[in-house]
Design a protein around this ligand. Structure first.
Ligand code: DGJ
Length: 734
């Protein structure tokens, strides 16, 4: 891969041979966008692609060039108030009150590899030959401030990572009022926009709508990325399908307030931008200070949505997620939440653990309720020491008993929250986010701790570290069960209140950084009332995330299907829970529940002590199956085959990188009478190989399975009518 610079035309071309990203320095010194998409050969200039038009009523930069209007030129990082009347990427306010900026090209640097972003999660390289980075420095002479656009192109992934750094070199304070991470102008509007949307227990449903003039935006102002919209959007051509056509994916590596939008202007230019939500954001940039935006990742594929996801998955699995557990198959766990909720003591948990050990489960996760006075959701948050009545010998004593059964131990925390009924709140009522002159909203009886204050982060961190040491735990589930309201910090002055949302997330990242550094062997699973903070920022610290509180098998297929647009299987926490299901009260068979959960990091979340022996025997078989196949499931190539958002059934599969084995999951959402025949065409197999297909007991060609399809029609009359799912295992015949 390379970054070409053509001095005469002042053009930059980033390419890895499969994709190209081309930009130029316009005559007014601002960076203009030329192209992002399938690779083109490098040329000394693509300036002929910049179309100048003299348009009525448009502001222009040079008295004798009315066609040079920033309102019509495609740009890389458009500003506010200087001729571009569309949405700006940034706004900087000077002491005079002026927001007019003139950041002009000053210098560039091309380097190998990819520099980290200070205090922020980002994609990375493991050696310098994996990526090249271009830094484009723009300078505003009057303001004495620089703005540096950073672009990284990867050798192995068809993606460009972007971020922006502002620096105040003057003696005058500045205020950043908007600082998006990336903006790209496409020359047409022949696109549809895909977003992942939902709410609690139905996260990340796929929605696809045509672009129209004006702005289509998704966002969060909740203090976390949230369940309503994921920090991701895709632009696809109207004829793009799962496996063909152009797809652009944009993803923000950030866990706080975000904005992602497409604006179509009057001349059908489509401007995509994403970054920190400007509402509630204003960042004083004092003399000598810097501000770095989160990273945005832009992906291009000409092989449809699966091609787009096929870039995100390995990039996020191997060059965003980090640590000991990044490449390791994940332990099969039992989680105590839906098994016992708050109603437990050590002996009750030990009974559950014995059953878990009997069926081959490897990790016992003690969910909410183990600490201080926490026997319901009204008290205890903030006081992270174990409840002596429940655990007379501490978490360490409990963990040692688990170890004797052959189980590892992990526990739940919700370190960003506090109950009013807690020692922490009584000692430090000012440690929560609130305006002291106003009432403070509650959600689930709890307040949000002020993580913009380092002393709060340190205090909580010390307690969690002590609990980790005392217990010897190897796993942490980090939950976050309310969004931020009354975002005001008692520790900051009036001019800094606009920094609190972002400082909060930086505090969360700082604690994750501390814990992952001090406990590198611990597997972290993030969570926010299920999947309300399922974002790339979290993935950098926690390689898996609890996908949703909804554990109904069929709804989980929808949720995991939508989630897979961006995120790999290896990061989706997925558990077999009770039937009837606790969220929907719906019945489903044990096999259907497992058939959904195996496409994730597998576990159980139900009271095993209440199950009949035949169910426990079946669970033992499921666990054994998953142990045998989890490397394939969690690290194979994942393909969506049929969408539950478009059909009455759904299908997906994973294939090992060498195509020697595969698992196919098929799920029926609606059972018609007299059903038609059903075929699903598989992907990623070796067309020249034969595969043994179980449980059919057939030997079928890879080409046949991919072109003629796998039959998912019901088997003859002995198929039980409640069988909603099928699982096929394919192994290449040697
Ligand atoms: C919300 C999580 O999503 C659940 O899995 C569980 O951990 C509860 N919180 C505990 O309070």
């Amino acid at each position: 891969m390379s970054v070409f610079y053509h001095e005469k035309s002042r053009e930059f071309h980033l390419t890895n041979g499969r994709i190209s990203y081309i930009l130029s320095i316009l005559d007014n010194g601002e960076p203009g966008h030329i192209y992002f998409g399938k690779a083109v050969h490098d040329r000394p200039s693509f300036a002929h692609r910049i179309e100048y038009r003299c348009r009525e009523m448009s502001p222009y930069c040079f008295p004798d060039r009315p066609e040079f209007s920033m309102n019509h030129l495609q740009q890389e990082y458009p500003n506010f108030g200087h001729g571009d009347l569309r949405e700006p990427a940034y706004v900087v306010r000077r002491g005079t009150g002026s927001t007019i900026c003139e950041f002009r090209f000053r210098a560039y640097r091309i380097s190998r590899g990819k520099p980290p972003l200070p205090g922020l999660p980002s994609t990375y390289t493991e050696s310098d030959d994996e990526a090249d980075t271009l830094e484009l420095e723009l300078f505003d002479e009057r303001m004495q401030a620089s703005l540096t656009l950073t672009y990284t192109i990867f050798r192995d992934f068809d993606a460009v990572a972007r971020s922006v750094r502002f620096e105040n070199h003057s003696t005058e304070p500045l205020v950043l009022e908007r600082a998006m991470s990336a903006s790209i102008d496409f020359p047409d509007r022949d696109f549809e926009m895909i977003r992942l949307t939902g709410t609690w227990a139905r996260e990340r449903a796929v929605q696809r709508t045509a672009l129209s003039n004006g702005i289509q935006r998704i966002y969060s102002r909740r203090g976390c990325s949230g369940a309503v919209h994921n920090p991701f959007l895709a632009l696809v051509r109207p004829d793009t399908t799962e496996h063909s056509g152009e797809a652009y994916g944009f993803s923000l590596v950030y866990s706080g307030n975000f904005l992602a939008q497409t604006e179509v202007d009057a001349f059908d230019v489509s401007r995509v931008m994403l970054g920190i939500h400007p509402d509630g954001f204003s960042w004083p940039l004092r003399p000598g200070e810097r501000f770095t935006t989160p990273e945005a990742v832009a992906v291009y594929s000409d092989s449809g949505l699966s091609g787009m996801s096929g870039v995100f998955h390995p990039l996020y699995r191997s060059r965003l997620a980090r640590g000991t557990w990044r490449d390791r198959p994940r332990p099969i766990l039992i989680n105590s939440w839906e098994a016992a909720y708050f109603d437990f003591d050590e002996e009750k948990l030990m009974a559950l653990a014995r059953k878990a050990a009997d069926v081959g489960i490897e990790l016992f996760v003690l969910d909410d309720g183990w600490f201080s006075t926490r026997t319901n959701d009204h008290s205890g948050l903030g006081d992270w020491w174990y409840n002596k009545e429940r655990f007379p010998n501490g978490l360490g004593g409990f963990a040692r008993r688990l170890k004797q059964l052959g189980l590892d131990f992990g526990f739940w925390i919700e370190p960003e929250m506090v109950n009013a009924d807690s020692e922490l709140y009584r000692a430090h009522p000012d440690w929560i986010l609130r305006d002291p002159d106003r009432f403070a909203s509650l959600t689930r009886n709890q307040y949000v701790l002020d993580y913009s204050r380092p002393e709060v982060v340190t205090y909580i961190g010390d307690l969690i570290c002590a609990a980790l040491r005392e217990s010897g735990a190897v796993y942490i589930k980090w939950d976050m069960n309310r969004c931020i309201t009354e975002c005001f910090s008692s520790a900051l002055g009036p001019e800094d209140q606009g920094t609190v949302y972002h400082r909060y997330i930086l505090g969360v990242y700082a604690l994750y950084e501390r814990l992952t550094r001090e406990f590198p062997h611990v597997l972290f699973e993030s969570c926010a009332s299920g999947g309300a903070r399922f974002d790339p920022g979290m993935l950098y610290y926690a390689p898996q995330c609890w996908t949703s509180d909804n554990t109904d098998a069929m709804q989980r297929v929808e949720i995991q299907y939508g989630t897979s647009f961006v995120y790999p299987i290896s990061c989706m926490g997925a558990h077999v829970s009770a039937s009837p299901n606790h969220q929907l009260n719906r019945h489903s068979s044990l096999s259907a529940r497992a058939d959904a959960a195996i496409f994730g990091t597998f576990g159980y979340e139900l009271d095993l002590t209440r199950l009949p022996q035949e169910d426990l025997d079946e669970i033992a078989r499921q666990v054994a199956w998953m142990k045998q196949h989890r490397a394939l499931m969690q690290f194979g190539d994942f393909y969506r085959l049929r969408s539950p958002f478009e059909c009455d059934d759904a299908a997906w599969m994973v294939v090992s990188p060498d195509a020697s084995e595969a698992v196919v999951g098929w799920y029926r959402f609606r059972q018609p009478a007299s059903p038609a025949f059903s075929r699903v065409r598989l992907r990623g197999l070796d067309p020249d190989a034969d595969y043994i297909v179980q449980p059919l007991g057939l030997i079928l060609g890879g080409d046949e399975l991919m072109h003629m399809g796998l039959s998912t029609s019901d088997l003859p009359d002995d198929t039980p009518c409640d069988s909603k799912t099928k699982r096929f295992y394919l192994s290449m015949q040697k």
